[in-house]
Design a protein around this ligand. Sequence first.
Ligand SMILES: C=Cc1c2[nH]c(c1C)Cc1[nH]c(c(CCC(=O)O)c1C)Cc1[nH]c(c(C)c1CCC(=O)O)Cc1[nH]c(c(C)c1C=C)C2
Length: 573
Amino acid sequence: MLRGGHGLIKSTISGHLRTFTQLRFTDIRAYSSDDKPTHNVAILGGGITGLACAYYLSKELPKASITIFEASDRIGGWLSSKRVPVKDGTVLFEAGPRTLRPSANGVLSSRLLQELDLAKDAIFAQNTSPGARNRYVYYPDHLVRMPHPSFGIADNLWSLMTEPVFAGTTWGIAGEFWRDARDEKVEDESVGDFFSRRFSKNTVDRILSAVIHGIYAGDVYQLSAKSLFPGLWRDEAESGGIFSGLIRTRADGLEVTKREAGYLQEMKNYDWDPLLKATLKGTSVFTFKDGLGMLVDRLARHLLEKGNIEFKTSTPVSYVRSTEGQTGISIQPQESEQPLTFTHAISALSPYHLNRVAAQAFDPGRSDPPPLIPAIPSVTVMTVNLYYRTPGLNPPGFGYVIPQATPFENNPERALGVVFDTGYAPSPTDLDLKRGTKLTVMLGGHWWNGWPSFPDEKEGLALAQSVVQRHLGITEQPEAWQVNMQKDCISQYTVGHEKKLKTAHSNLLREYKGRLRVAGSWMSGVGVNDCLRSAWDAARSLKEGREGTGLEHIGTKDYVRIKPIRPGQAQEK
Ligand SMILES: C=Cc1c2[nH]c(c1C)Cc1[nH]c(c(CCC(=O)O)c1C)Cc1[nH]c(c(C)c1CCC(=O)O)Cc1[nH]c(c(C)c1C=C)C2
């Protein structure tokens, strides 16, 4: 079989738009009959999820032929690292996510350190570093350091008793054990309502809403408790409350789905490099010398070296259809005369974009076809990177988040939080940090919902400077800065999210009979690690030949208990 292509990959490394000429697919590849691809898979979207889908597919099905369609001229999606010039060199700015956690779904990104030979370029922030320990909340008009065991009982108690941010929290938490469980008819509830019932409204408005800002940039009274805190949601139903659930878990072991138990077992059996394993054990988060963009870069290189993967950048797709008899998938790239046929496809697109290409497929005549995926809202975040010549302008730590309860006059810019970029990359090799102070101000999120237009670059910079002046007393002009508008970057799992995913699953199965799977940040977690996990799941279910969609696990109730290990007891294999 002959195969050729024309994709040209561009990737931003070290701030320069570099073209990998060696990545041109002008070569034509010949397969012997033994090498014939077992599967011919299209991947829609060249962000981190799409690349990870290709990576895991190529591991699970080494003979598969894979084509990645990406509408824009660059790959990597929200991951975007750039070096910008300053007087004596460059500083690294991250527009989107900047660190990865090694635990839970993060075992997958940790494995990539080994598999892509990235460990030597990684910067590991230890659990004991100020970045891991010092986390602040801005309420009502100053930074409050959140309690941590390492600060000692006296320090933590004093803070709990004197800081208004904790008002009502101690009693709210103490009373949780005695509160009634919810009515069993309630199918879902907002995170805010759930924790207001279990703890106290003050705790939600002053602390939890800040944590939720730092992850979802969302409104705590809109997001779903069932989807964001599935374990606690179930603990209330089955054990009567959160603490009762904790007690039960300590006695009987943690309850997880069979699918999760399978994942955990597989991660446990991994053949780790001993040095990397030891390093990861004490690691809170890690990143790379040239930012998370290095992960994208290395993944793309690895895929291209494999040879049976084709990148089609600058190639938007018009539709994704089942072929006659539903034995394959037909994809029509825009500006191409003929549709291309594949055995399977994995969509790493947002629900909005997938609905657009799918709508043409199953009801081409209608102007308002029913959506394949029920509408899942998202929020826009503006990130503003600032670099100051003077070092140490922020207290040591990870940064701070601003809760919904902070009075308007103390946060008129509607900031969500500020990251102290020194906190997670305190490596002496990072020259940026020896010289100055690097911060990222996060603006918008749910505060901007319904706004007809968003601030432009100039306004964004002014807002960010105003935030750091009021909250941190920084009046210096930044030597370098970058404003990044991340439109619709974080999916919002609002109340009823699980139901939407179940509808999406049955629609996908009906329309595509297991030929089209989905992956991405809108289903089982919004982080980079969660995207890797959804890609890993999609590739494995495709290999196993199941008639899947990538959403079959949603709402499953096949739980197993993982026994707690007691001192002196050997762990079961
Ligand atoms: C673009 C802004 C983002 C905000 N949240 C996320 C992004 C990409 C996604 C996200 N952030 C965190 C998690 C939890 C998992 C984890 O790795 O810890 C997720 C899914 C935690 C987090 N929040 C901030 C940082 C630096 C991190 C660590 C992970 C990362 O590098 O993104 C800071 C922060 N993020 C947002 C705000 C408003 C904020 C405030 C200080 C929104």
